[in-house]
Design a protein around this ligand. Structure first.
Ligand code: PRP
Length: 192
């Protein structure tokens, strides 16, 4: 797939193509739709990384027969990486939901789980609000450096132990709009 020349020059290899990602999202949509058949569902996208996965997932769920009775999409924004490739370990809530969570079927939608602290923080925050059900949906599971044992719910694809960008994931805020998941050339990080 042809992308910006400036992007192509910095990409070492493609890890998951746009088609592979779309296929994983379709499978996740089928699993979620089956579990919430006939019930209302609140999808909470965890920004910024989940900006594409939550919108693509919401549309894919709408295309599954006998799925939820309705789907509402809302967003949270958290950050623990800032502009670094390593997590600070401190999760900051930058924007809360606008929807009420209490009594609803909630699925937290994440692009990636790495050390697990972000999802653990959000699970605890949402659980305090007493949703009817609370699950998580993670597109890329990167299990090599987990610091907490957090349940993942729906899982899309396994992520290798590399710093990855694309499909919502950034390096210093760039590359989120790359349509596939990629590993960057090592020289990109040399100044760090
Ligand atoms: C990324 C990603 C997840 C989180 C996962 O967010 O989108 O939310 O890190 O990492 P963890 O399992 O190690 O906690 P980040 O803090 O980089 O903010 P962003 O989504 O705005 O890029």
């Amino acid at each position: 797939m042809k992308v910006l020349e400036t992007y192509e020059g910095t990409i070492q290899r493609e890890l998951y193509s746009a088609d592979a990602i779309a296929g994983a999202i379709e499978r996740l949509a089928c699993e979620i739709a089956a579990d919430f058949r006939g019930q209302p569902l609140l999808l909470l996208g965890v920004l910024k990384g989940a900006l594409y996965v939550v919108t693509d997932l919401a549309r894919a769920i709408a295309c599954v027969e006998n799925g939820p009775s309705e789907v509402v999409v809302d967003y949270l924004c958290v950050s623990s990486y800032g502009n670094e490739t390593r997590s600070s370990g401190e999760v900051r809530l930058l924007k809360d939901t606008t929807e009420t969570v209490t009594g609803r079927n909630v699925v937290l939608v994440e692009d990636i789980v790495d050390n697990g602290l972000t999802l653990e923080y959000l699970n605890a925050l949402m659980a305090e609000r007493k949703p009817a059900t609370l699950r998580s949906c993670v597109l890329f599971d990167k299990p090599y450096h987990r610091r907490v044992d957090v349940p993942l719910g729906y899982v899309g694809l396994q992520c290798p132990d590399e710093f990855v960008v694309g499909y919502g994931l950034d390096y210093q805020e760039v590359f989120r709009n790359l349509p596939y998941l990629a590993q960057l050339q090592p020289w990109v990080f040399q100044s760090e």
